[in-house]
Design a protein around this ligand. Sequence first.
Ligand code: NA7
Length: 443
Amino acid sequence: MADRFDLRRDIQFNTRVTSATFDETAHRWTVTTDKGESISATYCIMATGCLSQPNMPKFKGADSFKGAIYHTGNWPHEGVDFTSLRVGIIGTGSSAVQSIPEIAKQAKHLTVFQRTATYSVPAVNAPIDPELVRQIKADYAGFRKRNNETMVAAYARFAIGDKSALEVSPEERNRIYEEAWKVGGIMFLYASFTDVLIDKAANDTAAEFIRGKIRSIVKDPATAKLLSPDTVAGCKRLCADTGYYETYNRDNVKLVDVKSAPIEALTPTGLRTANAEFEFDAIVFATGFDAMTGSLNRIDIRGKASLPLKEKWEAGPRTYLGLTTVGFPNMFMISGPGSPSVLTNMVPSIEQHVNWIADCIRDLRVQGVASIEAQQQAEDAWVEHVNEVANATLFPSCNSWYLGANIPGKPRVFMPYLGFPAYVEKCNQVMAAGYEGFALNKS
Ligand code: NA7
């Protein structure tokens, strides 16, 4: 791809950006790197990722463990061989449910430390049926257009439901869930019915369906019970797995509840919970990310009056459209907080941002605009709107990373914006109206 589009000349590898500072007189950004370079640019586009800053819990004795430590978000490129090792894994989110079945196949023994049970549906990963590929390729543009009209900009492998989960008979509901389960993928929650993520009673039907599946798959009733969540399904990101629940039927896998007896410390030979000691050769942290703001806050970004972004966002991120933030002219974010980002299929979301920003920069050049900056009123209204939409759903009802609730001390703010089509329309309107809500500085 890089060669085909002749991109290599614009890429500098193995470089960490350490700071980005806006010069109000020159209307330019100065970016410094860990290689000691200083680069001047008119625009600064932060394409730093929503889930790229790993979260490593600060356990006591963290450095004392003599074995190998891995984080699922920093996996060694050369791979890891767990053959004949005793392995512990912390966490049961998406990264864990994908790793656990694979590690269990290799390891001598695998202990899973679960704090909060997760809902997972079968991923049903498989080669795509050639006939489906042919159909998709016959109408790529139509395929993408149809997907982009769904709330999450994704393809559902089954007909998208247009009914409430509560308006159909229990038999019909079960049939629809069963079909979505068989087909696979997380559209199980987004597309089976209209209200699973809005109405608690509707959500309960999906939650109970998944719990039923857990009970039917996991042979040991105590393990099945511990694996069964009692929270809102999909409030924390729904997981998709390949043989996750089945893995607990293996003799070499054990599930340990660390909600009732939390992990207290790492030790030279393993780890200690409030009521037991465990010995391991390797420990895998599947403990997630400082999502959406972590990778931005890691860089010393300073806008007008040298205000650090981190300070501006002390009480939570504030943006206009998730693309820009007041006080930081000519800085754009790709899939920033306040944009649909992680609640969509990321590829169309990122493409929409890239296209919008590219068109915006073209317009600014044509019009001789030196800098663009979101206006306070527009930002405040957008933040309020993002919250209003989220509060009409079940999403704010649990301690998810969408809310920053997985990181101690992080402000509790629902970060992504729900609803891709409405968002795209809003961005297009803003542009068509001559960048409504932005101040364009010509000097
Ligand atoms: P997640 O979904 O944030 O999962 C992290 C897991 O780690 C989750 O089960 C946490 O339990 C657990 N965790 C975190 N800290 C601890 C401590 N201190 N003790 C015990 N357990 C802990 O991250 P993933 O990498 O799996 O997935 C991130 C996204 O990537 C995913 O949502 C998809 O969008 C793709 P908790 O639930 O907080 O009790």
